[in-house]
Design a protein around this ligand. Structure first.
Ligand code: BES
Ligand code: MN
Ligand code: ZN
Length: 491
């Protein structure tokens, strides 16, 4: 969706949106309309029981210069600082208009005490909510097709366009992530994931490195390779490097990129298995974040590492009980081949730490079903060996709307991953499944590295539309990582 800023309302066809806060006098917000139109708008808002609740909408048509102008009053509630308020309001407008027949949305802020950031966030919400992926729908009816193409923000304060430029970059990253997450696994597998990402970030100045299965074997990545060996689609390690901040030590993001998770020999039930096409949502968020950072030329050094593999049952697949040796040298008893995410992450984390010597490493993964039991679809799970880092990620979650909630890790949980035959096993009992998974990963964090693990199993995909996304891929994590870098690692 195209976004622009203007001083006055444009001519021509458009739907007009006017934000209203709890304390605003509706009549005042409708200045510039004739008395009859104002009265109609106020009465129809009352008739719809519009109480200016955050993102609530009252819709009416008024007569403006002999045209039927669609007028949307959008609520901003009573508290100006509610998290995600402006994004939600923008998103609600788009959701209402996307297939309405309107092609242009004009949001008039004239006379409202918006700051530049808030105006840009409103535009971001509107644009983010417009994303759809219709390439496989060959029979969409005329009325199901999106019509809305453009949003014009009128009367925004100075500096809004600069704030928008930042969020437009985040949106670019979000689009990449959502596309990857949405694509089925016959289209996106390790090699095509890399092709898609390379094409998408071309020209942004991101350096790309790819390790294939032979190189990974030489490096001793037995844990990652064990997961991939049951698939005809070979695993890959994709590395993106954004060098925007001189010689500072890089922040490393590591993403779980299982392009399909059948469970392997510990095969999953058929019901709902199609969801496992988005088991690469962690890797998707990492590449989207790198794209966003590069697109806005972030003044930071950030590296994204994606552990890409397909987890399939096959004559050559690994078996429950197999023992593999990870790149770290530690051995792992593979109790359950469906606990594959931690296996690929273990080697990716070891490699990233040895290669780049980061002070900060954050991994993102759709790691455990137990995470969804704990937090549902409201928060990602946050696990960390460092309170400072955990706090920064928590704050970035609040500021970006990609919220996080922290869980404990400690020796008692860690002991549950001890094995009778190897250094550790990859699956324990069901109790505290997300925490023991984090403890497993913790064993691969090297001395002095501040590390956080984000279990985003409940956040990557939505079965119903949210404020900023339709049903389907949410793009969770992109705005979070962008905010984390912007607030802590730039200047
Ligand atoms: N990718 C799954 C976790 C998952 C499940 C994400 C449902 C999103 C929705 C992961 O690889 C997995 O299968 N985890 C197992 C671990 C268990 C075998 C220890 C799980 O959660 O059941
Ligand atoms: Mn699994
Ligand atoms: Zn998985």
């Amino acid at each position: 969706m195209k976004v622009s800023f203007a001083a006055t309302r444009p001519d021509g066809a458009h739907a007009l949106a006017i934000p209203v806060r709890g304390e605003d006098m509706l009549h005042d917000r409708l200045q510039g309309f004739g008395e009859a139109a104002r009265t109609l708008a106020v009465r129809s808002a009352e008739a719809q029981r519009f109480e200016r609740e955050p993102a609530a909408i009252a819709e009416t048509f008024i007569d403006e210069k002999d045209a039927a102008r669609r007028l949307l009053l959008v609520g901003l509630g009573g508290k100006a600082d509610e998290a995600g308020l402006y994004e939600k309001a923008g998103g609600a407008l788009t959701a209402r208009l996307l297939t309405s027949g309107e092609t242009r949305l004009v949001i008039d802020l004239t006379g409202l005490p918006f700051d530049a950031r808030q105006a840009a966030r409103l535009a971001f919400g509107a644009a983010a909510r417009s994303w759809r992926y219709d390439i496989y729908r060959t029979k969409l009816g005329r009325k199901q097709r999106p019509t809305l193409e453009e949003a014009v923000i009128v009367g925004a304060p100075e500096g809004s366009e600069a704030e928008w430029a930042h969020l437009a970059a985040v949106l670019n990253g979000l689009d990449l992530t959502r596309g990857l997450v949405t694509e089925p696994s016959n289209i996106i597998y390790p090699e095509t994931f890399i092709e898609r990402v390379s094409a998408s970030i071309d020209g942004l100045g991101i350096e790309i490195e790819v390790l294939d299965e032979t190189q990974m074997a030489t490096l001793g990545m037995g844990a990652l390779l064990g997961v991939g060996q049951g698939s005809v689609r070979p695993p890959r390690l994709l590395v993106l490097k954004w060098n925007g901040g001189g010689s500072a030590k890089p922040v490393v993001f590591v993403g779980k990129g299982i392009t399909f998770d059948t469970g392997g020999i510990s095969i999953k039930p058929a019901q709902g298995m199609e969801a496992m096409k988005w088991d690469m949502g962690g890797a998707g968020a990492v590449v989207g974040a790198l794209k966003a950072l590069a697109a806005r030329k972030a003044k930071a050094n950030v590296i994204g590492v994606c552990a890409l593999a397909e987890n399939m049952p096959d004559g050559n697949a690994q078996r429950p009980g197999d023992v593999v040796t990870s790149m770290s040298g530690q051995t792992i008893e593979v109790i359950n081949t469906d606990a594959e995410g931690r296996l690929v992450l273990a080697d990716a984390m070891t490699w990233a730490q040895r290669e780049f010597g980061p002070e900060v490493m954050v991994d993102l993964a759709t790691l455990t079903g137990a995470m969804i039991i704990s937090l549902g679809h409201e928060y990602g799970g946050l696990f960390s060996n460092d309170d400072g880092l955990a706090g920064k990620l928590y704050d970035a979650g609040l500021a970006s709307g990609d919220k996080l909630w922290r869980f404990p890790i400690n020796d008692a949980y860690d002991k549950m991953m001890d094995s009778a035959i190897a250094d550790m096993k990859n699956a324990g009992v069901r109790d505290a499944g997300s925490i023991t998974a984090a403890c497993f990963l913790h064993r691969f964090v090297e001395e002095g590295v501040k590390w956080a693990h984000l279990d985003i199993a409940g956040m990557v995909w939505a079965d119903k539309a949210g404020a900023l996304y339709d049903k389907g891929a949410t793009g969770y994590g992109v705005a979070l990582l962008d905010r984390f870098i912007a607030d802590n690692h730039e200047g």
